[in-house]
Write a protein that binds this ligand. Structure first.
Ligand code: UDX
Ligand code: ADP
Length: 471
């Protein structure tokens, strides 16, 4: 069997590496039109940082895992074609800002129709709005060769930072297809691939639309838990309750469960916001404005949480941060990834720059150019004017450099190394009062206060005083 995956990104790369690792007899080729990305997959430095991925790729690459730019050639040879291209939020026209931009998906469907010489199973891996399979089917079916294609939905549930573990041991594999003999056969073929390492009872088959919708709904529910606990974090700060204690207490209820209740500066990543906006657009398109409004509020609370964090820094620094240095520790949207898409750090840094602060950012995995590009925007080509020239934004080589001389430290990503910094040394090099804002609740606020910091967390009682505390 030959598998081709179109799109060598965060989804396509790791997923195909795992299939190749587990199925020695299947040749897996990942193709992308981005030659630099393919070159990186073929090099010693993979284009994405993901714990454990280097090992998986090293074991399979050159044996039955290949990375190539020959999209047409690989389409011809493949029995199964995975589509893992990006589906960003539309920035123009109808649905701008919310609907998914399906131009990459459509272009892939047309490329498959043009180059395929035999019938194939086409698998949607990218997250897409419900009914996209219809569009793919129509495009490939209108190829003039009379070939038969089966279109399946097989959404990916891996989370970045834990992709390898998630792929090795998924909670479930979801496969949606048409309930016709050909559809059932295609689903069985794909299920047979996963069954090499995933227990059969974790491989679920549904109709196409349930599968497509389940991906959006899973992300919406996960994001909703974070917005729910983040909304409560504000109430905790106002009342003297501690959000981590509340999360622990409610999470013990087996109906609620303990996961995804970590209050933070706000969720980021390429999926949550995009998928909820996509879901709300879908609801409105189907005449369900009340459902759309419900889910829109999940994104609304997230935006508010990010603003609230930056506003609190300004307020605590006597309502002005102009010309004060602020160290921002962490820029990725979560730890153990170099991905910055929709990272809360972008909003926080922009808000602080808008208040004329001098912001020094440090992240262990995100390159300086990426940070500058995300915050300041992409330089427009030919303008002669680099958009990356705001002198108030600097990128430090380590946390100590970022914090030296800073009036305040803001922890925005929960990298482990920020838990064990020498905060006494850092404190000594800061003007006083020295403030620390923990946007991830990872450091020991009481210990920092002992050192002398004015330290605060998300949803934590101010100054460590708690109503219920025994004096
Ligand atoms: C998510 C889904 O988890 C995954 O199933 C889907 O395939 C893609 O989208 P991902 O975005 O990679 O994965 O990471 P995730 O771990 O879900 O974190 C998303 C954001 O929520 C991060 O910014 C993270 O820091 C934040 N988060 C997560 C919290 O603020 N609190 C939590 O309790 C959990
Ligand atoms: P994801 O996080 O969903 O994996 P990425 O943006 O990381 O998304 O990766 C998607 C990849 O798909 C990109 O590397 C992009 O170059 C590739 N891609 C998009 N359209 C096409 C296409 N028509 N042919 C080949 N590759 C494509």
């Amino acid at each position: 069997m030959k598998i081709c995956c179109i799109g060598a990104g965060y989804v396509g790369g790791p997923t195909m590496a795992m299939i190749a690792l587990k199925c020695h007899d299947i040749t897996v080729t990942v193709v992308d039109m981005n030659a630099a990305r393919i070159a990186a997959w073929n090099s010693g430095t993979l284009p994405i940082f993901e714990p454990g991925l280097d090992d998986v790729v090293k074991q399979a690459r050159g044996r039955n895992l290949f990375f190539s730019t020959d999209v047409a050639g690989q389409i011809k040879q493949a029995d199964i074609i995975f589509v893992a291209v990006n589906t960003p939020t539309k920035t123009y026209g109808v649905g701008a800002g919310r609907a998914a931009d399906l131009r990459y998906i459509e272009s892939v469907a047309r490329t498959i129709a043009e180059h395929a010489e035999t019938g194939k199973i086409i698998v949607e891996k990218s997250t897409i709005p419900v009914k996209t399979a219809d569009a793919i089917k129509t495009i490939v079916a209108s190829n003039s060769k009379g070939l038969k294609f089966s279109v399946l939905s097989n959404p990916e549930f891996l989370a970045e930072g834990t992709a390898v573990a998630d792929l090795l041991n998924p909670d479930r594999v979801l496969i949606g297809g048409e309930r016709t003999p050909e559809g059932e056969k295609a689903m069985a073929t794909l299920a047979g691939v996963y069954a090499r390492w995933v227990p059969r009872d974790r491989i679920i088959t549904t109709n196409l639309w349930s599968s497509e919708l389940s991906k959006l709904v899973a992300n919406a529910f996960l994001a909703q838990r974070i917005s729910s606990i983040n909304s409560i974090s504000a109430l905790c700060e106002a009342t003297g309750a501690d959000v981590d204690e509340v999360a622990n207490a409610i999470g013990k209820d087996s109906r609620i469960g303990p996961k995804f209740l970590k209050s933070s500066v706000g969720f980021g990543g390429s999926c949550f916001q995009k998928d909820i906006l996509n879901l709300t657009y879908l609801c409105e398109s189907f005449g369900l404005p009340e459902v759309a409004a419900y889910w829109t509020s999940v994104v609304g609370i997230n935006d508010w949480q990010k603003q609230r964090f930056a506003a609190r820094i300004v307020k605590e620094l006597f309502n002005t941060v102009a010309d004060k240095k602020i160290a921002v520790l962490g820029f990725a949207f979560k730890k153990d990834t170099n991905d910055t898409r929709e990272s809360a750090a972008i909003n926080v840094v922009r808000d602080l720059l808008a208040e004329h602060a001098k912001v020094s950012v440090y992240d262990p995995k995100v390159p300086a150019e990426e940070i500058r590009r995300d915050v300041l925007g992409k330089p427009s080509t030919g303008s002669g004017q680099e958009a990356t020239d705001n002198p108030r934004l600097t990128v430090a080589k380590d946390a100590y450099e970022a914090c030296a001389g800073a009036h305040a430290i803001a922890i925005v990503t929960e990298w482990d190394e920020f838990k064990t910094l020498d905060y006494a040394k850092i404190f000594a090099g800061m003007p006083k009062p020295a403030c620390l804002f923990d946007g991830r609740n990872i450091v020991d606020l009481a210990a920092l206060r002992k050192i002398g910091f004015k330290a605060s967390g998300i949803g934590k009682p101010p100054g460590g005083r708690r109503e219920g505390d025994v004096a």
